[in-house]
Design a protein around this ligand. Structure first.
Ligand code: 1CP
Length: 333
């Protein structure tokens, strides 16, 4: 078993494996070099040779315990033929959502549009560097994908005023999203992903009363589906107010926490394996502070199954040398 599997399946508390959200990305000069020659982000995600290379870049530098496949949660709307573009210094821009068009997309059309991702997962998981390590596949949670698909861009702090207006559209789209997420999860697992992370980046935008419909129920279905394929799931409902209630409802194999929650409170309330927490901005400071902050999390979770990660993606301005120091600190703990 890999170190991550030993934490997740056996509740091991001595290993402290580490991987980092957005570990394949802009803080690495070798990524920026490939990116500068490939201005179309979607095309880059669909180039299996390059996406394999990008996925493996951080593992060549650092002793991470997992690779996360270089792709994006928005490849789902792309696979459903909604237009998706990434504009420099702005983020994703999606085309207008057309229920009629999306309803016509069949499984084989979807798989054909995204199958290069599965090819990259095959390449990555077969690479020797991943011996005794995990290949992490991922999806966006239905709620977060609904947000991008209806809002057509990042909600940043809030949703459009009329976001919830067309309930009929929302209900239908949620059913379609769930159906294709299951297809996407199954294909990633069949290609070699042995752990799935579900990113619900905008879970924090909802009021409590709306959580069962938009977050708990659809995410629970996907967690159950993934577990039925004998694959563990980590959920990251970023900025959700009540992580315990989320875990009680959804029952993921592990829960990833953001940097705004109190890790002491989480440790007391939640018994399943925990991942993440440290503020990515810590990596912009100095080694002494990195050691202090990383040790804080490792101390709090020393008797708890714990996977080291950050409480959000690594920032593009991070110096790779600081990442190296973080990995060393965690491994030497
Ligand atoms: O070079 C660039 O400009 C592209 C930047 C970039 C990268 C490196 C985007 C655009 N996506 C990715 C890769 C990515 N995205 C990965 C794989 C690499 C890795 O983790 O090492 C993963 C897991 C994601 C997941 C993702 N995409 C999320 C969930 C996590 C999170 O950050 O909250 C979300 C919300 C997205 C949408 C997205 N894609 C890209 C951007 C800039 C965004 C966020 C836009 C926003 O703020 O709303």
């Amino acid at each position: 078993m890999t170190p991550l599997q030993r934490v997740i399946k056996e509740n091991n508390t001595t290993l402290n494996p580490i991987w980092i959200m957005r570990q394949a990305g802009r803080y690495l000069p070798e990524f920026r070099e490939i990116r500068s020659k490939n201005p179309d982000f979607i095309k880059l995600c669909l180039n299996p040779n390059l996406s394999t290379e990008i996925t493996l870049q951080p593992l060549k530098r650092f002793d991470f315990d997992a690779a996360i496949i270089f792709s994006d949660i928005l490849m789902l709307p792309y696979g459903l033929k909604q237009k998706v573009e990434f504009k420099k210094n702005f983020g994703p821009i999606l085309g207008k959502l057309n229920l009629n068009e999306i309803s016509k997309v069949e499984e084989i059309d979807f798989v054909e549009r995204v199958q290069q991702i599965y090819k990259a997962i095959k390449n990555v998981s077969n690479n020797n560097i991943l011996k005794d390590k995990n290949t992490i596949g991922f999806i966006g949670a239905p709620w977060t994908l609904l947000v991008y698909m209806i809002n057509q861009q990042s909600p940043k702090k809030q949703l459009k005023k009329d976001f919830f207006e067309n309930k009929d559209l929302i209900n239908n789209i949620l059913i379609i999203i769930e159906k294709f997420l299951k297809i996407h999860i199954k294909n990633q697992i069949d290609s070699g992903a042995n752990l799935i992370q579900i990113f619900d980046s905008w879970a924090g935008l909802l009021e409590n009363k709306d959580l069962p419909y938009y977050v708990y129920n659809p995410t629970f279905n996907l967690v159950k589906f993934t577990q039925s394929l004998n694959t563990p799931v980590i959920c990251f409902p970023r900025n959700i107010k009540d992580y315990k209630r989320y875990c009680d409802f959804i029952k993921p194999d592990a829960i990833c926490i953001d940097y705004e929650v109190d890790p002491l409170k989480i440790e007391k309330e939640i018994s399943i394996p925990i991942q993440g927490g440290m503020d990515p901005k810590v990596l912009l400071t100095d080694k002494e502070n990195i050691k202090k902050e990383a040790t804080k999390y490792l101390d709090i979770f020393k008797d708890h199954p714990y996977i080291f990660n950050l409480g959000h993606g690594v920032l593009p301005e991070t110096n790779p040398e600081m990442m190296e120091y973080l990995v060393k600190t965690v491994k030497d703990y």
